[in-house]
Design a protein around this ligand. Sequence first.
Ligand SMILES: Nc1ncnc2c1ncn2[C@@H]1O[C@H](COP(=O)(O)OP(=O)(O)OP(=O)(O)O)[C@@H](O)[C@H]1O
Length: 273
Amino acid sequence: MAEHLTGDLTDAHGRAVRPEPPSRDTPPTVIVDDLHITYRVYGATAGKGNAPAAFKRILKRQNSPALREVKAIRGVTFTVRRGESVGLIGRNGSGKSTLLRAIAGLLPPTQGAVFTDGQPTLLGVNAALMTGLSGERNVILGCLAMGLTPEQARERYDDIVEFAGIGDFIDLPMQTYSSGMQQRLRFAIAAVKSHDVLMIDEALATGDAEFRKRSEQRIRELRDEAGSVFLVSHSLDVVTETCSRVIWLDKGQIKMDGDAESVVKAYSSATSH
Ligand SMILES: Nc1ncnc2c1ncn2[C@@H]1O[C@H](COP(=O)(O)OP(=O)(O)OP(=O)(O)O)[C@@H](O)[C@H]1O
């Protein structure tokens, strides 16, 4: 995979070079316009959420299922241009995964709209690989599913396996892999191709330090191959290293949107006390 993986992305001192933000003339890849996403949960119990109320409900076997609405995204608007890599940060439940799923077209907007140029690819914890099949077969199937020809799949096979770094396990069914190994293979398969919009949900969290470094490098390359990258991560280091821009979500709304360093700094100081 050497050719794919070694881009000239560091300066003379070995530091990562962060590109300038794209100008307004660069075409947008994703436009999110006043997006609202509301989950409707059926079967939630109506009434107070305190312990005596819950105890009473259970003792009396009260079962009054109700419809509850969870407003996960509440009026989010932003534009992402070609060549940008955007980190999404925020507390648990702030709406990061929901926003990614909406951009990928997996969740319909309750209000507002999402426009994308090209096919967004969501690479998440649940990216579909068949755990009953060997890693080897999943590599080939994954390549075909992404639209590569069988010939191209064969050509890239060695690169993918080397990048994933899972050694002899490649012949064994994926259910014998640790979750970290599964993640690495998913990332290696998805990253072999350039995507118009690549979205990554915590995929790098389980890799070891060396794999993370390689993945961060590859994300920068994907971004430079003219696509856009979205990354959800709780690791602020990964976000600062990989992203040019960061959006901080708080209770389904944008709290701050700007260059990676300033937003991560503001977020760290807000959450440290
Ligand atoms: N399928 C669902 N049905 C109902 N509510 C949901 C569903 N998925 C998420 N939610 C709710 O939507 C809100 C946003 O969740 P989301 O998973 O997008 O947050 P997140 O920022 O990705 O969280 P985390 O950092 O914990 O992964 C939360 O209040 C969550 O409880």
